[in-house]
Ligand binder design. Structure first.
Ligand code: NAP
Length: 261
């Protein structure tokens, strides 16, 4: 079998309308999958799908829904069932990262981050369970982060907690879903260039790149390729695991480790 061939598989990418999710969707579409990109903004999701669909080996279409609600997640699963006959791969990628120091963090903001990043991941998996089970080779790929599971950054206590919580969810879900033939894994991106980061300008990007051993920020396709591995037949015996994709960002034990290189 060809490496990482996902021809004809039904793939959902939540948060697929821009950023990392769009990169994941592009990689799967290029590899022959039928991809549903999901975001709350229908116009943005539609424009993204049209762009990715053009010339892809697979197909890309859009669906607007909020992953923070069970009704939204049920609608996503139903759309994939109707358009692609089921769900083989769920990329639970939708996430938000508003910043705010702990001392002043409003309760509503904590709730909003946890509702999207943690509850949204859980509800999306739950809604897709019947279809993932029917697939016979169901795959869940969660987009977590280095922030929380491995590193910290002032202003992101709630976000870091949510990204670590996704891994707690993953480890027990991997055990519960193994008898159904479903694997559950997570990609932990470092700093990835997205539309949002690009707006901060080249100087900001260069400063961030200086602290990364590979001396560049990640591209969205770098995360897409890691997700494609977890979704592939070749990864069938891998479950409950994390893959850090960060150019070595978490490795230096101090700034001195990067000096003179
Ligand atoms: P982004 O560019 O802001 O894109 C977020 C995507 O999620 C959009 O498509 C957005 O569409 C969607 N979304 C947000 N809330 C949603 C909701 N409630 N329901 C459905 N869709 C929703 O973010 P990103 O930087 O690509 O981040 C994507 C994931 O990667 C997140 O889980 C983030 O934690 C993780 N991550 C990012 C980086 C990085 O460097 N960028 C690093 C580590 C981890 P709508 O706004 O239209 O809903």
């Amino acid at each position: 079998m060809a490496a990482f061939d996902v021809t004809g598989r039904s793939v959902i990418v939540t948060g697929g309308s821009r950023g990392i999710g769009k990169g994941i969707a592009g990689v799967f579409a290029a590899a022959g999958a039928n991809v549903l990109v999901v975001g709350r903004d229908a116009d943005a999701a539609g424009a993204c799908a049209a762009e990715l669909d053009a010339g892809a080996a697979g197909t890309v279409s859009a669906f607007a829904a909020d992953v923070a609600t069970s009704a939204g997640c049920a609608a996503i699963a139903a759309a994939a069932q109707e358009r692609h006959g089921g769900v083989d791969v769920l990329c639970a990628n939708a996430g938000i990262f508003p910043d705010g120091m702990l001392a002043d963090l409003p309760e509503a903001e904590i709730d909003r981050v946890l509702a999207t990043n943690v509850k949204g991941t859980m509800l999306a998996v739950q809604a897709c369970l019947p279809a993932l089970t029917a697939s016979g080779r169901g795959r869940v790929v969660i987009t977590s982060s280095i922030t929380g599971p491995i590193t910290g950054f002032p202003g992101w206590t709630h976000y870091g907690a949510s990204k670590a919580a996704q891994l707690g969810f993953m480890r027990t879900a991997a055990i519960e879903l193994a008898p159904r033939g479903i694997t559950v894994n997570a990609v932990l991106p470092g700093n990835i260039v997205t539309e949002g980061l690009a707006e901060l300008g080249p100087e900001y990007e260069a400063q961030m790149a200086a602290s990364i051993p590979l001396r560049r920020l990640g591209e969205v396709a770098d995360i897409g390729h890691a997700a494609l591995f977890f979704a592939s037949d070749q990864a069938r015996y891998v479950t409950g695991q994390t893959l850090v994709v960060d150019g070595g960002q978490v490795l230096p034990e101090s700034m001195a480790a990067m000096e003179g290189l």
